[in-house]
Design a binder for this molecule. Structure first.
Ligand code: AMP
Ligand code: ZN
Length: 490
């Protein structure tokens, strides 16, 4: 199965058969968050998309080393090393140490990833923990002639690099086109060329996070951290590098240039980019002011939200659009996802109560085949979801006595639903869309399971008793087409 995976490679702008450097192993690097503020739902979309990709690679049996960094220094407000340091600015605003900012938002990021049932990466390196590696890499780039020092700041010489390599290859643009989009140098600039970017930035007297280097006290540029850390943990050339589409033109283009200049090798075989989460067609971002925090989404406490949505409904919402398409946020879409998720989960519960026969009416083997085909086609989760809904339809039909299934096929159907819903899509059972009281959710899960089993045995006395007793405790159970819902009377 491992040899049937196709991945869309931004570098070639086409789907390519996935051939790992070492058979059975995958090196995967994803640009992590800049931890100077809370992650919004757009950031989450990118990380959840890569969680799906990681999960599927693991499911296929690959041994994956998944590296996702934490940017905790060196990210200035402009992508091309201009403006204030994001951490210093926030530290001043919140009257905290820059490292308190880093700690606060790193913990917040991890909590949110857990809420969304995203798996942790194998290594989560920080920029501040790899200053030596970055300095070493910059030294080599200078030695090889692709960088120069101006008054304690080191710049990458893009035009010189472009004479031997192709600087704009990731976005398929020539240097001349790229130059057109940049401002003229003023004569006061330290840079030689308009596209040159900083590898190391000289500290100002007020800079708090700074380190000694051969060029004086300073801090690394944002792009060098990913080149230094990816090559340290995955090698000079590795399999897959990912990130949001907005990182292609500058951050990833510069990463390629740095690594290629240093090692004279292309650093990455497959570049993968996720598309943006939008709100009314506008990209969700901190600067546009249209960002929801995951917490606001779970509680519904935001003017654009009609109600709260549980983490798994939101995750399911994201799985219903391919990672390379834009995903527009809307209350209607989330409500539909909430229902769809409940339908899928209920069908999985019903699986345990199905009766088997001597023949099967639907082709279960073919269903499994279609699930793999969808995911092997550049991780096409929406098609996978459509197939899983077909699985849910079969389950409900067998339950209603309209279709039949053999014991062997039922075992296969269970395997398909568990493999793809839990392991690959990363969904998990969740009972209440308030989503917060885990103990109560757990208890309700047990009670509803007993009620389900009682109903399956036609033991209506028990199932009714459970419903009535819960009602006395202000918990209402509703049997709907999508399954059982419960709520607490306020
Ligand atoms: P940052 O913390 O700003 O470095 O962003 C972390 C990740 O989130 C990057 O891979 C971005 O490309 C991605 N990202 C930012 N905004 C969005 C969005 N609206 N939709 C999807 N991904 C996004
Ligand atoms: Zn990066």
């Amino acid at each position: 199965m491992q040899d049937q995976l196709y991945i869309y490679n931004t570098l070639s702008r086409s789907k390519e058969k996935f051939e790992p450097i070492v058979k059975g192993m995958v090196g995967l690097y994803v640009c992590g968050p800049t931890v100077y503020s809370d992650v919004h739902l757009g950031n989450c979309r990118t990380f959840i998309s890569f969680d799906l990709i990681y999960r599927y690679l693991v499911h296929l049996g690959f041994k994956v080393r998944y590296v996702r960094n934490i940017t905790d220094a060196g990210h200035l407000e402009g992508d091309r090393d201009e403006g204030d340091d994001k951490f210093a600015k926030k530290a001043k605003l919140e009257q905290l140490e820059p490292m308190e900012i880093v700690q606060k938002y790193t913990v917040g990021f991890h909590d949110v990833m857990k809420d969304f049932n995203s798996l942790p990466p194998s290594i989560e390196p920080t920029a501040t923990g790899h200053i030596c590696e970055q300095v070493e890499m910059i030294k080599q780039i200078i030695e090889k002639g692709y960088a120069y020092v101006t008054d304690g700041t080191v710049y990458f010489d893009v035009e010189k690099y472009n004479k031997e390599f192709s600087y704009g290859q990731l976005t398929n643009r020539k240097l001349e086109e790229l130059l057109e989009g940049t401002r003229e140098l003023s004569g006061q600039d330290e840079k030689h060329g308009r596209l040159d970017f900083a590898l190391w930035i000289k500290a100002k007297p007020e800079t708090l996070m700074k380190w000694p280097s051969p060029w004086g006290w300073g801090f690394p540029g944002w792009h060098i951290e990913c080149s230094a850390m990816s090559s340290k943990y995955l090698g000079e050339t590795f399999d897959i590098h990912g990130g949001g589409m907005d990182l292609q033109a500058t951050h990833h283009t510069n990463e390629i240039a740095q690594s290629q200049a240093c090692n004279h090798k292309a650093p990455v075989n497959y570049w993968m980019h996720t598309n943006m989460l939008t709100v009314n067609g506008v990209r969700m971002s901190k600067s546009a002011g249209n960002g929801f925090l995951p917490g606001e989404l779970f509680t519904g406490d935001h003017p654009l939200l009609e109600k709260g949505y549980s983490p798994m409904s939101v995750r399911f919402f994201m799985m219903q659009t391919h990672y390379r398409s834009t995903l527009d946020f809307s209350n209607e879409a989330l409500q539909a996802s909430e229902k769809g998720y409940a339908r899928l989960m209920n069908s999985i519960k019903t699986l345990d109560t199905l009766k088997t026969s001597s023949s099967t009416t639907s082709d279960i083997k073919q269903l499994q085949q279609k699930c793999y085909e969808a995911m092997n086609d550049d991780f096409n989760a929406p098609i996978l979801v459509a197939n899983l809904f077909e699985g849910a339809r079969i389950i409900n039909s067998v339950n209603d006595g309209k279709e039949s299934i053999t014991q062997e096929d039922l075992a296969l159907l269970k395997k398909i639903m568990h493999d793809f819903v839990f392991d690959v899509l990363g969904l998990k059972p969740e009972m209440s869309n308030t989503g917060h009281d885990k103990t109560l959710n757990g208890v309700m899960e047990v009670i509803l399971q007993i009620r389900n089993e009682a109903k399956a045995k036609k033991d209506f006395a028990t199932s009714d008793k459970l419903r009535d007793e819960l009602a006395k405790n202000k918990i209402t159970i509703k049997d709907t087409k999508e399954g059982v819902n419960w709520s607490i009377e306020q």
